[in-house]
Each structure stands twice: as structure tokens, then as C-alpha cells.
Design a protein around this ligand. Structure first.
Ligand code: GRF
Length: 205
């Protein structure tokens, strides 16, 4: 009973998850040429492609996706740069075992282009969040966050790179907590049993 990872792109978070030794039973992409598929294949992790554009409706796509996920009977489904909005029905099917990493300090900056928006807003700090997925996009209970400083002269690219370093450390750690049974949701908030930092403040430039 392990993790199915859903991707759409380059797969650097997937790589960090595999490097950390998280047991991944399959990687599924909605984009046929996603770079992450090659990362998985190189490690002998089974891959599948379920292309959303081949389905007439979001529901039909998600039914095919769920079918592919459920073949592996995963304990956890981890979105890692998976760029499709999921319907409430799909989210309900995996309630409590569907997680995502988002490149902002939620509830700040849900949605796309978070790095450029953080700069435009004059934010002093920016970061990433691992959270349970609920029907409202980028709004579920927060498992862990890591923040970095916004530095003078930052561009969306330099800021994204600084955040990505934190993503690669944070996501595998949060997945491990889940698999070790350490996460408890109380009053809509996630607590980690034991002595584990849910908030990481990095001052690395
Ligand atoms: C990451 O920044 C992740 O937080 C966001 O999409 C990006 C995916 O990057 N959801 P990668 O495919 O893991 O390299």
C-alpha cells in the first residue's frame, strides 16, 4: 500500500519523492510528454498517461484517471505539479488521502503564477504549502509550509527556484508523516504527532 503520484510536467517534486525513498507504486500523467514520466521510467516505477484532452468532459477524464489510480489501491494520492482542477466528486472519492504541493504560503496566493504575484504584491516572504485537497482549489487543511525570503532583484524565476529547493525537502517529509500515520485532523487543522516542525522558515538566499 503506497503512493500514486499524479504529474503534468517536469517532475522535479516526483524526483525528490523517489530520492527520499517514498514507496511510489505508479506515476500517472495527464500530459503524454511530461518530463516526470522519464524520471519514473528510469527508476522502474510503472507509468501511465491519461490525457484529459481525449475525453469529452471533466467527469469522463476523472473516471478514467480514478480507474488507473485504483488499479494500484494506493494509500495516498499525491499531486506533484498536476495541473488539472479536480471536481468535488473526484476529491470526495479520495477524501483524506489526496494531497498537493502548492507554491505559495496558503491561504495567500491560491491559483497560478504565484511567484510573479508574490513579487507584484511586494511580499517579503514567499514559499510552499503541502495540504490535503478539498473541493475548493488550493484551500484544504495545511500539513506543512516552508517559507523563503523575497530578495531585492528577484524575478519570478529566481524566486521560484528558491521556493523549489524547499518544495523538494518539504513534500517527501509530509508524505512520510502521512504514511507513518502521524497526521491527525482536528477542527479542520492538521497536527503531526510527535516532535516535527510543520513550519519551516529558511533564510537561505
Ligand atoms: C511546483 O512548483 C509545484 O509546487 C507546482 O508545480 C510545480 C511542479 O514542478 N504545483 P515539478 O513538475 O515538480 O518540477
Amino acid at each position: 500500500m503506497s503512493v500514486v503520484v499524479l504529474i503534468s510536467g517536469r517532475g522535479s517534486n516526483l524526483q525528490s519523492i523517489l530520492d527520499a525513498g517514498i514507496p511510489v507504486s505508479a506515476v500517472i500523467s495527464n500530459v503524454a510528454d511530461a518530463g516526470g514520466l522519464a524520471i519514473a521510467a528510469r527508476r522502474g516505477v510503472p507509468t501511465a498517461v491519461v490525457e484529459h484532452r481525449r475525453f469529452p468532459t471533466r467527469e469522463a477524464f476523472e473516471a478514467a484517471l480514478a480507474n488507473e489510480i485504483d488499479r494500484h489501491a494506493p494509500r495516498l494520492v499525491a499531486l506533484a505539479g498536476f495541473m488539472r482542477v479536480l471536481t468535488p466528486g473526484f476529491v470526495a472519492r479520495y477524501a483524506g488521502r489526496l494531497v498537493n504541493i502548492h507554491p505559495s504560503l496558503l491561504p495567500e496566493l491560491p491559483g497560478l503564477d504565484t511567484h510573479a504575484r508574490a513579487l507584484a504584491a511586494g511580499a517579503r516572504r514567499h514559499g510552499c504549502t503541502v495540504h490535503f485537497v478539498t473541493a475548493q482549489l488550493d484551500h484544504g487543511p495545511v500539513i506543512a509550509q516552508a517559507s523563503v525570503p523575497v530578495l531585492p532583484g528577484d524575478t519570478a524565476q529566481t524566486l521560484a527556484a528558491r521556493v523549489l529547493v524547499q518544495e523538494h525537502a518539504l513534500y517527501p517529509r509530509a508524505l512520510r508523516w502521512f504514511l507513518d500515520g502521524l497526521l491527525v485532523i482536528e477542527d479542520g487543522k492538521v497536527r503531526v504527532k510527535g516532535d516535527h516542525a510543520q513550519v519551516v522558515v529558511s533564510d537561505r538566499a
